[in-house]
Design a protein. Structure first.
Length: 302
C-alpha cells in the first residue's frame, strides 16, 4: 500500500515537472537547463528526456564551472552529454578571474562559489538565454522556499522575492521586457526524499560520489571537507581517511561530506529518512551569514 502511494506521489511530481518544461519550450525562445552534475539536475535531465520523447531534449545544458569541482562530477557530466548528443554550454569562473571581472578570494575559507554569480549572468547574456531551468527545491533552504515555478529576473539578473507573479490554476506567466529573463524550477515541490525515491524507481545513473567511499578529509568547524588542492587547509586541520559520501555536490572548497556507510540507493533512502539535518547543512557557503543564500539569489545566483 505504501509503495503504491509513493508511486502515485512521484508520478504526480513527474507530471508536474514535465508540464512545466513543456510550458518553458512553448513560451521562451532560448531556454537552457542549468546542470551541476548533482542529483537534482540529473533528475531534471531525465524529466526533459521524458517530456520531449521521442525527440531530443530541445535545449542545451549549461554548467557554471568553478574550476574547483570534484573530478567525479565532471566525468559524469561529459559522459552524459555525449550519450544524449546535446550541446553543453560551459561558463568558466577561471576565465572571469583571468579577465578581472571577479577577484579570487583569499584566506582559509576562500571559495569560488560566490563568484559563480558573475559568470552565470555573463554566460546567460552571451547566449541570449531567456529562461534557465534549475533544479532548486523549496525544501532545501528558506530563501529557495520563496521561489515560484517561473521566477522573474530583472535586466540585471537580480531577484526580488516581493515582486513575483501569482501562479493560480497552474497558469505560468512568462512575459518579460527586453533584457529580462526567468529562472524556472520544475522540481520545486520535490523533497530530498522524493528525489532519491525517484532515482531508485527509475534506475537513474548518478555519480559515485553520492555513495559511501573512503576519502581523505579534515574537519573544519564540524564539517568534513575533502582534502583537495583547492582548499586552504590550516596547520591544525589534520587529514584522515574516513568512509563518507556527499548529500549534495558543489564546489569542493565549501561542500562537506557526511560520515556514512550507505553504499546502495536503498541505504541512502533509509539514511535520509532518519537525518536531522538538511542536505545543505554541510555547505560552508550557506553559513557565511543568516541571509547568505537570499543575498546571493538577489544578486543573480541560482
Amino acid at each position: 500500500m505504501q509503495k503504491a502511494r509513493n508511486a502515485r506521489h512521484l508520478k504526480h511530481l513527474e507530471d508536474e515537472g514535465i508540464y512545466i518544461m513543456r510550458e518553458v519550450v512553448a513560451q521562451f525562445e532560448r531556454p537552457v537547463l542549468l546542470f551541476s552534475g548533482g542529483k537534482d539536475s540529473i533528475c531534471m535531465v531525465h524529466l526533459a528526456k521524458k517530456a520531449f520523447y521521442p525527440g531530443k531534449i530541445p535545449f542545451p545544458l549549461m554548467h557554471v564551472d568553478t574550476g574547483h569541482n570534484f573530478p567525479e562530477t565532471i566525468e559524469f557530466r561529459d559522459k552524459l552529454v555525449e550519450d544524449l548528443g546535446i550541446e553543453l554550454i560551459i561558463g568558466s569562473v577561471q576565465e572571469s578571474i583571468d579577465s578581472g571581472r571577479v577577484q579570487e578570494e583569499t584566506g582559509p575559507d576562500a571559495s569560488r562559489n560566490a563568484l559563480q554569480t558573475v559568470t552565470l549572468l555573463e554566460t546567460l547574456k552571451e547566449n541570449q538565454v531567456d529562461a534557465a531551468l534549475g533544479g532548486g527545491r523549496r525544501d532545501e533552504e528558506k530563501a529557495r522556499a520563496k521561489e515560484r515555478f517561473f521566477s522573474h529576473r530583472d535586466v540585471f539578473g537580480q531577484w526580488d522575492p516581493k515582486n513575483q507573479r501569482p501562479e493560480l490554476w497552474d497558469l505560468y506567466n512568462g512575459r518579460k521586457n527586453q533584457g529580462e529573463h526567468f529562472r524556472v524550477f520544475p522540481i520545486s515541490n520535490w523533497t530530498e526524499m522524493d528525489v532519491w525515491q525517484y532515482i531508485a524507481i527509475k534506475d537513474i545513473d548518478i555519480p559515485e560520489i553520492y555513495f559511501a567511499h573512503e576519502r581523505k578529509v579534515f574537519n573544519r568547524r564540524g564539517v568534513w571537507l575533502a582534502d583537495t588542492e583547492f582548499v586552504n587547509r590550516q596547520p591544525d586541520e589534520k587529514v584522515i581517511t574516513k568512509t563518507v559520501r556527499f548529500r549534495t555536490i558543489g564546489d569542493a572548497t565549501c561542500t562537506g561530506a557526511v560520515l556514512s556507510k550507505a553504499s546502495t540507493l536503498e541505504e541512502i533512502i533509509q539514511e535520509v529518512a532518519s537525518a536531522r539535518q538538511t542536505e545543505r547543512g554541510n555547505r560552508h557557503d550557506d553559513k557565511r551569514s543568516e541571509t547568505a543564500m537570499e543575498d546571493r539569489k538577489r544578486q543573480g545566483y541560482f
